[in-house]
Design a protein around this ligand. Structure first.
Ligand code: PYR
Length: 308
């Protein structure tokens, strides 16, 4: 069976994801869609120039919404880098632009007859994921935001660096909005076989500082190079492959939680059918309060996006 991915939005993030997919032979067919036709035609040609030196072949299809009908996974990487580089460090600055674009794209995805899994990177990701689900009419568990899969990686990087370890030796989650109301749920974080809370006391780690480092990590990258790309593209492709391979991996992604009435990041088991099981964490009272604050914030912003 042929494996088919699509990327909508071929800026820095979409292009990075596309290269990761092509260079690793993750798909047989890759549909690239962008409003800048000459740019995406050039990307396709550039990929064809890479093909003779790669051990895999990928068919590249350009700007054809009708070919989404049998795609396994679409990755939405639409964004506006001019809006990202703001001193106010707020992903919601992108909402007026991205919500308008996404409503149009979502209607085209629906018209294509697509019935696979939609992975959303586009910011502000929790609200945009809701908009995609509402406009496409896809089942809620088939529309997934990359959410705090990226922030959890940034938390792992910050904790690992403080302990002089590989970041893959750190387990645990950032929860809530992929934005300023997110937080590290320290009760979920374990390193060296121990809860981080115990290790932090033993080794004098400042958890509040590490929490801020993971939350603000994206802005450090934004201000250095005017966009982020590798971290988020890697998270999105990991999520797409988890779906394609029916891997049933527990990931902190933006998924619709009935008890909060919004898309927000909370670990879920991901497989071929999208979100196949929602995890129930034993959070502390303080963490539960923070999650409620984050959910309320996303809900308010989603409601605002519907009146614009
Ligand atoms: C980030 O890198 O944090 C994004 O939101 C893309």
């Amino acid at each position: 069976m042929s494996r088919k991915f699509a990327i909508i939005g071929m800026g820095h993030v979409g292009s990075t994801a596309a290269h990761y997919i092509v260079a690793n032979g993750f798909a047989d067919d890759l549909v690239l869609i962008d409003t800048n036709n000459s740019k995406v035609e050039a990307d396709a040609l550039d990929f064809q120039d890479a093909m003779p030196n790669l051990p895999f072949h990928t068919n590249i299809i350009v700007n054809d919404y009708s070919s989404l009908i049998d795609a396994d996974v679409i990755i939405s990487a639409i964004g506006n880098i001019k809006l990202q580089d703001s001193p106010t460090n707020d992903r919601f600055l992108e909402l007026p632009f991205t919500s308008t674009q996404v409503k149009d794209v979502a209607a085209k995805i629906k018209a294509s007859g697509f019935n696979g899994i939609l992975v959303v990177i586009t910011n502000p990701v929790d609200v945009i994921t809701s908009i995609y689900q509402a406009v496409t009419g896809l089942p809620k568990n088939h529309v997934i935001g990359t959410g705090t899969l990226l922030d959890s990686a940034r938390m792992k990087r910050a904790v690992a660096s403080a302990l002089n370890l590989d970041s893959r030796s750190v387990a645990g989650y950032n929860l809530g909005e992929h934005g300023n109301s997110q937080f590290t749920a320290w009760s979920t974080v374990r390193v060296l076989g121990q809860p981080i809370t115990k290790l932090a006391a033993d080794r004098g780690l400042d958890l509040a500082k590490l929490d801020a480092e993971s939350r603000d990590g994206g802005f450090r990258v934004f201000h250095g190079k005017k966009y982020t790309s590798y971290g988020v593209a890697t998270a999105a492709v990991r999520l797409a492959n988890t779906v394609l391979n029916d891997a049933l991996t527990e990931l902190p992604v933006s998924n619709f939680r009935e008890e909060y009435g919004v898309y927000l990041s909370y670990p879920a088991v991901v497989g071929r059918d999208g979100i196949v099981e929602q995890v129930q964490l034993d959070l502390t009272d303080e963490e539960l309060k923070k999650l409620q604050v984050s959910a309320d914030y996303i809900k308010t912003k989603y409601a605002e996006s519907q009146t614009d």
